[in-house]
Design a protein around this ligand. Sequence first.
Ligand code: F6R
Length: 252
Amino acid sequence: MARFIIAKDYDDMSEKAAMLFSKQINKKDNSLLGLATGSSPIGVYKNLIEWNKQGLIDFSAVKTVSLDEYVGLDADNPQSYRYFMNDNLFNHINIRMENTHVPFGAAQDVDKETKEYEKRIEMLGGIDIQLLGIGRNAHIGFNEPTDNFETATHIVTLDENTREANARFFDSIDEVPTKAITMGIGTIMHARKIVLVSYGENKADALYKAFFENTNPLVPASILQYHADVTVVADKAAMGRILDSGIEFNGY
Ligand code: F6R
């Protein structure tokens, strides 16, 4: 059963989740962090930047691997996830850029890139702690609802509803790429710890289905019920459906 930390609001969620990352880095200075993009983790990164500036966490030995990247976008494209990671975290902390890994979406041979990315994660020693957001359709990374869980890093065709949700970052929906490279469900499940952040009522259904209904590849995040160390940090709005169902939480 996942642990749930109910946060007051976005800032509280961000601080509580960032604490889990800071603890991990202070316990193991060369941790491999699995990172996510999107609106949910931005506040987590802001806290980590601040604590790094204050000398409370040191990223000089930390390594990172990102969950996903759009196919066809390179690092200079402001909509690419490499650009997002540089802009929202890496450019502001004392990490070595060569220790940061994001799938290369503009690779000539993207199939080869997916295989190499999976190997790279293994060679780096496996993910110590993975940060996840959750899609409105319960996707994690870009593992969209399908008939079977795809295990390794692979190429996906994005759901229309995911493209619509992400269109806010582009000038128009036509510019949202149709494909992405994503860590697979197996890649994510191999992480030693998982922290999932979620806020806002538009995530309430996804969160409920993921953790309180049967595991089903049509609800990709529901696989997390089988992981031994998952912490969900969510605000009250995202927890709405779970709290309404009468499930009780001790201590939070
Ligand atoms: C991002 C990612 C996605 C997002 C999800 C939620 O790297 O893999 O699964 O975590 O789409 O996005 P936000 O946080 O923008 O609601």
